[in-house]
Ligand binder design. Structure first.
Ligand SMILES: *Cc1c(COP(=O)(O)O)cnc(C)c1O
Length: 229
């Protein structure tokens, strides 16, 4: 990144930040973004980075080890055999999408004496391209999730399907919030679902209006990613 690109990114971060309630956490999604640009984002005030691949995140954490107050968020689909790496690398895992994975994370968290923050990925509308619990399936798994004492299961994560109108997006995000409220009202001991991880570059303003507490922004901060090969 050259100097003017860096200053434009800092301006974009400041402009977006200014529109957000202070309680909303802005996660800069840095998958496929070089560490130089991440450093520039850090200089511009970013402290939360979202990555979707274990290996890429591990490499970047080594290169950015001097930025000791960065909080790392796993936002991509996680295979069970990478659960241990994920708990070692990330303070937040947003993409926990089935009970078996949660239970595996719980076991490795116990072994490592970590207590990662977890969002349960939910799928309120059918979407063949996305992972996640349907509300019914999640409801059935709550009692077992409540037993995962080494996880801080504190939020829901949702990705809106492509092609929704603004009105449809609003109801999609609001319904995610209603599901969180419903879970909270069951008073499980270990499921304090207060966080809503929802909103990306194209829909974050709508998500924030609908109650999002964590937005995950990639392209709007760093520019378009190269197409996936
Ligand atoms: C890539 C990604 C984002 C960021 O998307 P943008 O459209 O670039 O803002 C957010 N959340 C998840 C789960 C992602 O995979």
């Amino acid at each position: 990144m050259n100097v003017s690109e860096i200053s434009r990114m800092a301006d974009r971060i400041a402009a977006i930040r200014a529109t957000l309630p202070p309680s909303v956490r802005l996660i800069a999604v840095s998958k496929q973004v070089p560490v130089e640009a991440m450093r520039a984002a850090y200089e511009a005030g970013i402290r939360d980075f979202g990555e979707s691949r274990i290996q890429e995140a591990a490499q970047k954490q080594t290169e950015l080890a001097d930025l000791s107050d960065v909080v790392w968020h796993m936002i991509g689909h996680l295979q069970a055999n990478k659960a241990q790496k994920a708990v070692q690398l990330f303070q937040w895992i947003h993409s926990v999408d089935e009970l078996k994975l949660a239970q595996r994370l719980d076991r490795v968290a116990a072994d490592l004496s970590h207590k990662p923050n977890i969002c349960l990925q939910v799928k309120l509308l059918p979407d063949p391209h996305k992972f996640g619990w349907t509300p019914e399936a999640l409801w059935n798994d709550l009692t077992s999730l409540d037993q995962c004492h080494h996880l801080n299961i504190c939020g829901l994560m949702a990705i809106a399907p492509l092609g929704l109108t603004p009105t449809e997006l609003t109801s999609f995000f609001q319904e995610t919030g209603v599901l969180a409220d419903k879970i909270r009202s069951q008073n499980y001991q270990n499921l304090p679902i207060r966080e809503l991880s929802m909103g990306m570059s194209g829909d974050y303003a709508i998500a924030v209006d609908a109650g999002s507490t964590m937005i995950r922004l990639g392209r709007i901060l760093f520019g378009d990613r190269p197409p996936v090969a």
